[in-house]
Design a protein around this ligand. Structure first.
Ligand code: SF4
Ligand code: SF4
Length: 425
């Protein structure tokens, strides 16, 4: 596609073209500095470079072509929204990124200043007319997870077609019942929007597609456990981020091919870093694209990230939907059960998360854990204390870093990470 045809496409989505140009310029530079400067990247990474370079280009063209064929585009902000239902109705689901500081001033006219950067980002992107994904959506699905999101969706709902799923806050049988009803209510909404019906056959196929994407990410995470690790944490974060908006079949194929290359590298005993490089795990809030700040700081300070205990990481890929269901009812139950396993800090109590963090730290043979908390995020800040205690009892050093999307604290964060690495050594 030519630059003119891209611009015509963005104009048709009512984007602010000059602000959008500025965003792409910053994103391109940021990507070059953080990703293209890495040593020892495998050929399979070219797929990611291409997908990211076309994030506002060819992928948007594909979405608009799908729309022209009558398919609906569903946008989401949380891993609780079951993509299987959208796929079973031939919709395309995309994660809306919310990982950059753009439109912050505008966002602060609708949500309080002391709101987390992720929320301000999705409100800001909408108000500043910067996101072609948001503008392509036929429906945006929010959820009642944290209070900040819940209230922000009320304001956001004035600007875009929104639907809210009620996510319970506990894991009791009553909560499971509520969640199953929410899954059915959401399915009915999608059915009425598309004029189609979810059948057992279509849902089984959709479950397999999404499970296959989770399986390939599980495979990747197992390969990373090797010492020395064959791939950088920055690259794996990017893979997880891209999994939210690329076509699932294409994505699974490309990452399986990359995993084959990683296996070759492991067989030769090669790593992306020397064997004695400190291995760290990230834990906490999601890092939506293009939020690469902390991984870059950590990996340019002499450590390597080998795991992300996060929704843009294992929280989204650890559990599969049981594929043994034969009837539509059995499949819907399996779907509801799988999503109830998500260990988001919005749940109380949330002891499963502590178990998961401890086993990840062991399996990945980490030397330390960096808890990443977005400023003003109450749920993850509260859980930070428990996570720190559990890790200390487990003998794993940890630190908590609270930040946002601005670049002002980069030097300060780097100093703290370097000091942490000194204590590990
Ligand atoms: S951290 Fe919780 S609210 Fe945020 S995306 Fe994950 S599950 Fe959803
Ligand atoms: S980072 Fe925390 S405050 Fe922000 S949306 Fe997620 S759970 Fe809510």
């Amino acid at each position: 596609m030519t630059q003119e045809s891209y611009e015509a496409m963005w104009e048709s989505l009512n984007l602010d073209l000059s602000a959008h140009d500025g965003l792409l310029g910053v994103l391109g530079k940021f990507y070059g500095d953080i990703y293209m400067s890495q040593q020892g990247r495998l050929k399979g990474m070219e797929y990611l470079d291409f997908v990211l370079s076309e994030v506002h280009g060819l992928r948007i063209k594909e979405l608009l072509e799908a729309k022209a064929q009558g398919r609906k585009i569903i946008g989401t902000f949380c891993v609780f929204v079951p993509e299987e239902l959208a796929l079973a109705l031939d919709c395309v689901q995309v994660g809306l990124c919310a990982g950059a500081d753009a439109g912050k001033e505008a966002a602060e006219t609708l949500v309080p200043r002391n709101t987390c950067a992720l929320i301000k980002s999705f409100v800001g992107f909408k108000l500043a007319r910067l996101c072609p994904y948001t503008e392509s959506c036929d429906l945006i699905v929010g959820e009642t997870t944290c209070d900040g999101k819940k209230k922000a969706y009320e304001a956001f709902g004035e600007l875009a077609p929104m639907y809210i799923m009620e996510v319970p806050q506990t894991k009791t049988p009553a909560a499971r019942k509520l969640w199953k009803e929410e899954v059915l209510r959401y399915m009915a909404t999608l059915e009425s929007m598309t004029g189609k019906k979810v059948t057992a056959e279509k849902l089984a196929k959709a479950i397999k597609i999404v499970n296959d994407r989770r399986r390939v990410l599980q495979r990747l995470n197992k390969l990373r456990a090797t010492v020395p690790t064959p791939i950088s944490g920055r690259d794996v974060l990017l893979i997880n981020q891209i999994s939210f908006y690329d076509d699932p079949l294409r994505f699974t194929g490309a990452i399986n091919a990359l995993c084959d290359q990683l296996e070759e590298r492991i067989k030769k005993g090669e790593g992306v870093v020397p064997q004695d490089t400190p291995r760290l795990m990230l834990s906490g809030c999601p890092m939506a694209v293009p939020n690469w700040k902390l991984p870059f700081i950590i990996e340019s300070s002499g450590a390597v990230i080998v795991g992300e205990e996060s929704c843009i990481g294992t929280r989204n890929t650890r559990d599969l939907v049981d594929e043994s269901g034969q009837t539509l009812d059995e499949m819907l139950d399996a779907l509801a059960d799988r999503y109830m396993h998500i260990d988001c800090a919005c749940f109380t109590p949330n002891d499963e998360r502590l178990e998961n963090i401890e086993s990840m730290a062991s399996e990945l043979k980490v030397d330390g854990v960096v808890q990443y908390t977005l400023m003003f995020c109450q749920p993850y800040a509260h859980e930070g204390f428990k996570v720190e205690k559990r890790l200390t009892d487990h003998g794993t050093p940890s630190m908590i870093l609270e930040t946002d999307y601005s670049m002002e604290d980069v030097e300060q964060l780097k100093t703290r990470v370097e000091a942490f690495l000194e204590t590990i050594k």
